[in-house]
Design a protein around this ligand. Structure first.
Ligand SMILES: CC(C)(COP(=O)(O)OP(=O)(O)OC[C@H]1O[C@@H](n2cnc3c(N)ncnc32)[C@H](O)[C@@H]1OP(=O)(O)O)[C@@H](O)C(=O)NCCC(=O)NCCS
Length: 156
Protein backbone atom coordinates (compact mmCIF):
# COMPACT_ATOMS: atom_id res chain seq x y z
CA UNK A 1 0.00 0.00 0.00
CA UNK A 2 1.25 3.50 -0.81
CA UNK A 3 3.11 5.16 2.03
CA UNK A 4 1.41 7.50 4.48
CA UNK A 5 2.75 10.97 5.13
CA UNK A 6 1.74 14.28 6.66
CA UNK A 7 2.30 17.85 5.53
CA UNK A 8 1.04 21.32 6.49
CA UNK A 9 -2.29 22.30 4.88
CA UNK A 10 -1.84 24.11 1.57
CA UNK A 11 -3.90 25.64 -1.20
CA UNK A 12 -3.53 22.31 -2.98
CA UNK A 13 -4.94 20.15 -0.19
CA UNK A 14 -7.54 22.58 1.17
CA UNK A 15 -10.43 21.60 -1.17
CA UNK A 16 -10.11 17.92 -0.27
CA UNK A 17 -9.78 18.74 3.45
CA UNK A 18 -13.02 20.71 3.36
CA UNK A 19 -14.83 17.84 1.61
CA UNK A 20 -13.51 15.06 3.83
CA UNK A 21 -16.39 12.82 4.91
CA UNK A 22 -16.63 10.75 8.08
CA UNK A 23 -18.91 7.79 8.70
CA UNK A 24 -22.51 8.75 9.47
CA UNK A 25 -22.81 9.61 13.16
CA UNK A 26 -19.12 10.33 13.70
CA UNK A 27 -19.49 14.08 13.16
CA UNK A 28 -20.47 14.59 16.77
CA UNK A 29 -17.05 13.42 17.98
CA UNK A 30 -14.92 15.97 16.12
CA UNK A 31 -15.26 19.54 14.86
CA UNK A 32 -15.50 20.06 11.07
CA UNK A 33 -12.14 20.58 9.39
CA UNK A 34 -13.16 24.08 8.30
CA UNK A 35 -13.50 25.01 11.99
CA UNK A 36 -10.17 23.41 12.92
CA UNK A 37 -8.39 25.24 10.12
CA UNK A 38 -9.87 28.55 11.27
CA UNK A 39 -8.71 27.80 14.83
CA UNK A 40 -5.25 26.92 13.52
CA UNK A 41 -5.11 30.26 11.74
CA UNK A 42 -5.60 32.20 14.98
CA UNK A 43 -3.62 29.87 17.28
CA UNK A 44 0.15 30.24 16.91
CA UNK A 45 0.78 27.11 19.01
CA UNK A 46 -1.39 24.89 16.77
CA UNK A 47 0.30 22.24 14.62
CA UNK A 48 -2.15 21.31 11.83
CA UNK A 49 -1.21 18.55 9.38
CA UNK A 50 -2.91 16.90 6.43
CA UNK A 51 -2.68 13.10 6.25
CA UNK A 52 -1.98 11.80 2.75
CA UNK A 53 -1.59 8.44 1.11
CA UNK A 54 0.24 9.15 -2.10
CA UNK A 55 -1.48 12.27 -3.44
CA UNK A 56 -4.81 11.47 -1.80
CA UNK A 57 -5.90 13.54 1.20
CA UNK A 58 -7.29 11.00 3.66
CA UNK A 59 -7.32 12.83 6.97
CA UNK A 60 -6.42 15.72 9.21
CA UNK A 61 -4.62 15.92 12.53
CA UNK A 62 -3.97 18.97 14.67
CA UNK A 63 -1.77 19.03 17.75
CA UNK A 64 -1.20 21.89 20.15
CA UNK A 65 2.16 22.61 21.76
CA UNK A 66 1.50 25.35 24.27
CA UNK A 67 3.73 25.05 27.37
CA UNK A 68 2.13 28.13 28.96
CA UNK A 69 -1.47 26.90 28.75
CA UNK A 70 -3.17 27.09 32.14
CA UNK A 71 -4.81 23.70 31.51
CA UNK A 72 -2.22 20.94 31.63
CA UNK A 73 -4.03 18.69 29.09
CA UNK A 74 -3.71 21.44 26.48
CA UNK A 75 0.04 21.89 26.76
CA UNK A 76 1.08 19.01 24.52
CA UNK A 77 -1.38 16.80 22.72
CA UNK A 78 -3.78 15.95 19.96
CA UNK A 79 -6.45 18.59 19.48
CA UNK A 80 -8.24 17.20 16.40
CA UNK A 81 -8.04 14.01 14.38
CA UNK A 82 -10.24 12.78 11.57
CA UNK A 83 -9.76 10.10 8.95
CA UNK A 84 -12.02 9.88 5.88
CA UNK A 85 -14.62 7.13 6.11
CA UNK A 86 -13.17 5.34 3.08
CA UNK A 87 -9.69 5.26 4.64
CA UNK A 88 -10.62 4.27 8.20
CA UNK A 89 -9.23 1.01 9.53
CA UNK A 90 -6.09 1.16 7.40
CA UNK A 91 -3.67 2.58 9.95
CA UNK A 92 -3.91 6.28 9.08
CA UNK A 93 -5.19 7.33 12.50
CA UNK A 94 -2.42 5.46 14.30
CA UNK A 95 0.14 6.89 11.89
CA UNK A 96 -1.06 10.43 12.69
CA UNK A 97 -0.84 9.77 16.45
CA UNK A 98 2.75 8.52 16.01
CA UNK A 99 3.65 11.61 13.96
CA UNK A 100 2.35 13.86 16.74
CA UNK A 101 4.28 11.76 19.27
CA UNK A 102 7.44 12.16 17.19
CA UNK A 103 6.97 15.94 17.00
CA UNK A 104 6.26 16.14 20.74
CA UNK A 105 9.45 14.21 21.51
CA UNK A 106 11.39 16.43 19.14
CA UNK A 107 10.14 19.40 21.19
CA UNK A 108 11.27 17.78 24.43
CA UNK A 109 7.94 16.51 25.78
CA UNK A 110 7.74 13.15 27.55
CA UNK A 111 3.97 12.92 27.75
CA UNK A 112 1.09 13.80 25.47
CA UNK A 113 -2.64 14.02 25.98
CA UNK A 114 -5.91 13.82 24.11
CA UNK A 115 -9.54 14.47 25.07
CA UNK A 116 -12.30 12.25 23.75
CA UNK A 117 -16.04 12.01 24.07
CA UNK A 118 -17.44 8.63 25.03
CA UNK A 119 -20.25 7.04 23.05
CA UNK A 120 -21.18 4.59 20.31
CA UNK A 121 -19.01 5.14 17.25
CA UNK A 122 -16.60 7.28 19.26
CA UNK A 123 -12.79 7.10 19.25
CA UNK A 124 -12.23 5.69 22.76
CA UNK A 125 -11.08 2.21 21.75
CA UNK A 126 -8.86 3.68 19.04
CA UNK A 127 -7.03 5.88 21.56
CA UNK A 128 -6.68 3.02 24.04
CA UNK A 129 -5.12 0.95 21.22
CA UNK A 130 -2.75 3.83 20.55
CA UNK A 131 -1.44 3.69 24.12
CA UNK A 132 -3.45 6.44 25.83
CA UNK A 133 -4.78 5.78 29.31
CA UNK A 134 -7.54 7.73 31.03
CA UNK A 135 -6.06 9.98 33.73
CA UNK A 136 -9.32 9.96 35.69
CA UNK A 137 -9.78 13.65 35.00
CA UNK A 138 -12.55 15.08 32.82
CA UNK A 139 -12.59 18.37 30.94
CA UNK A 140 -15.69 19.78 29.27
CA UNK A 141 -17.39 16.43 29.84
CA UNK A 142 -14.68 14.57 27.93
CA UNK A 143 -12.24 11.90 29.06
CA UNK A 144 -8.63 13.07 29.39
CA UNK A 145 -6.20 10.44 28.10
CA UNK A 146 -2.42 10.57 28.47
CA UNK A 147 0.43 8.61 27.01
CA UNK A 148 4.08 8.51 28.05
CA UNK A 149 6.45 9.19 25.17
CA UNK A 150 9.62 7.25 24.59
CA UNK A 151 11.96 7.52 21.65
CA UNK A 152 11.54 3.75 21.23
CA UNK A 153 8.33 4.54 19.34
CA UNK A 154 4.72 3.47 19.63
CA UNK A 155 3.22 1.79 22.66
CA UNK A 156 0.33 -0.57 22.11
C1 LIG B 1 -10.93 7.56 15.42
C2 LIG B 1 -10.29 7.56 14.04
C3 LIG B 1 -9.36 8.75 13.89
C4 LIG B 1 -9.47 6.26 13.89
O1 LIG B 1 -8.74 6.30 12.67
P1 LIG B 1 -8.43 5.00 11.80
O2 LIG B 1 -7.52 5.42 10.71
O3 LIG B 1 -9.67 4.32 11.41
O4 LIG B 1 -7.65 4.09 12.86
P2 LIG B 1 -6.49 3.00 12.55
O5 LIG B 1 -6.83 2.29 11.28
O6 LIG B 1 -5.15 3.66 12.59
O7 LIG B 1 -6.66 2.02 13.79
C5 LIG B 1 -5.65 1.80 14.79
C6 LIG B 1 -6.16 0.71 15.71
O8 LIG B 1 -7.34 1.17 16.39
C7 LIG B 1 -8.42 0.29 16.13
N1 LIG B 1 -9.64 1.07 15.98
C8 LIG B 1 -9.83 2.14 15.19
N2 LIG B 1 -11.09 2.61 15.33
C9 LIG B 1 -11.68 1.79 16.23
C10 LIG B 1 -12.97 1.73 16.79
N3 LIG B 1 -13.91 2.64 16.48
N4 LIG B 1 -13.24 0.74 17.67
C11 LIG B 1 -12.29 -0.16 18.01
N5 LIG B 1 -11.04 -0.15 17.51
C12 LIG B 1 -10.75 0.81 16.64
C13 LIG B 1 -8.06 -0.41 14.82
O9 LIG B 1 -8.71 -1.65 14.72
C14 LIG B 1 -6.56 -0.55 14.97
O10 LIG B 1 -6.27 -1.65 15.83
P3 LIG B 1 -5.08 -2.70 15.46
O11 LIG B 1 -3.82 -1.90 15.47
O12 LIG B 1 -5.18 -3.70 16.54
O13 LIG B 1 -5.40 -3.21 14.10
C15 LIG B 1 -11.36 7.57 12.92
O14 LIG B 1 -12.26 6.51 13.14
C16 LIG B 1 -12.14 8.87 12.83
O15 LIG B 1 -11.75 9.78 12.11
N6 LIG B 1 -13.29 8.95 13.57
C17 LIG B 1 -14.17 10.11 13.51
C18 LIG B 1 -13.59 11.35 14.16
C19 LIG B 1 -13.14 11.14 15.59
O16 LIG B 1 -13.80 10.53 16.41
N7 LIG B 1 -11.95 11.70 15.89
C20 LIG B 1 -11.38 11.70 17.21
C21 LIG B 1 -11.75 12.98 17.89
S1 LIG B 1 -11.05 13.07 19.52
Amino acid sequence: MTELRIEPPSQKTLPALLKLELQPGQERFVAPNVESLAEAYVTPTAWPRVILRGDDVIGFVMANFDPENELEPFRCGIWRLSVAAAAQGTGAGRFAVEEVAREALRRGWTRMTVLWEQGDGGPERFYLKCGFEPTGERLFGEVVGARTLTSAGSRR
